[in-house]
Design a protein around this ligand. Sequence first.
Ligand SMILES: [Fe+2]
Length: 397
Amino acid sequence: MGSNLVELGASNPATPKNANGDVRSAPRAHKPIRILVVDDEAHVRSMIGATLERQGYNVQLASSGREAVDTLDRNTFELVLTDIVMQEGNGIALLELIHAQRPNVPVIMVTAIHDISVAIDSMRRGAYDYLLKPFEREHLVATVQRALDHRQAIQESHTYQQNLEQVVRARTEMLRQAMEDLEHSYDVTLEALGDALDLKDSETEGHSKRVTAYTIALARAMGISPAQIRVIARGAFLHDIGKMAIPDEILRKPGKLTKEEMDFMREHCSRGYQMLRKIPFLSEAAEIVFAHQEHFDGSGYPSHTSGNKIPVGARIFAVADTLDAITSDRPYRKARTFDEAREEILRCSGSQFDPGVVEVYLKIPNELWHELRSEITNQNIRFSTFDIANPAAAQAS
Ligand SMILES: [Fe+2]
């Protein structure tokens, strides 16, 4: 055995130890790296300890697997070197324990030549490396250094990943906030458009807001996703926006409309669709505007579309629209009750209305419609037209 080999046959009396038999650490300017050496042969662990101490590491020694577990519970280590075959507790079990509980602590197996297959197996079980006895001091030091470098690289990569995840989370939140602000700006713009229509067609005053609230409540009760409800709500709110293009003498005519005037009036669906379809965030809502006067049995206009070919938002809107029309005053008649509206909507289920929507509508108590109507009439400042989480609307779901 050359002079630079770890002397396995004899203990080193010069090795400094503390009161617990631990090898004392060499003084260092910064906190030394802590290494646990586990071996049931006193001279082997002392020799490894002394070699590593000379490199400036803080070394603790354990003479068995059990002692190693106790030491690990009390202290933090950056690296563990363990014998494989020991009298008390084997090194593989210790490796598996460390690997499971402290995966960032590399473990180097120390073994005799006849254990080589076990050493290789230990690598498969998560050991960083192994040292075959007898080994040169330089080889021990280099293996330890490599393991520590490896640990540091993993830690740095982990820290980098965590920082990156933090940055991504922060940016995602900023983007979400910006989208929310943008969406809010859209809705404020839409409300202004609705107000403009109210000025032109006083009969619809408050109607757009009520019908939007009723549509949202029905859509929620039908289990439609929040994103889709937002689209439907915009379509409901803007359903009559095409009336902006109808001359006042037709729109405000007190008497009955002629056939030509009626045909012109009916163009408000396609005119509204044309107005909105080119606006990216309203292109889907435009489909609802186009189809809002269609009937489930195909007797509506402008395309006589029927059944599920009518967008679901338009089918929901149709019920909400009739509900509001019946329960609102008109110049030629007084408002009727929500009970009367219920009877009328049930009567037209399958002809004007989608029976599936009517079924959901019938399960919702009249109190909800009353509450939504009074919220809008009183211009409750907490109520926003497009607030799909409005507590009153939430009762429906
Ligand atoms: Fe309409």
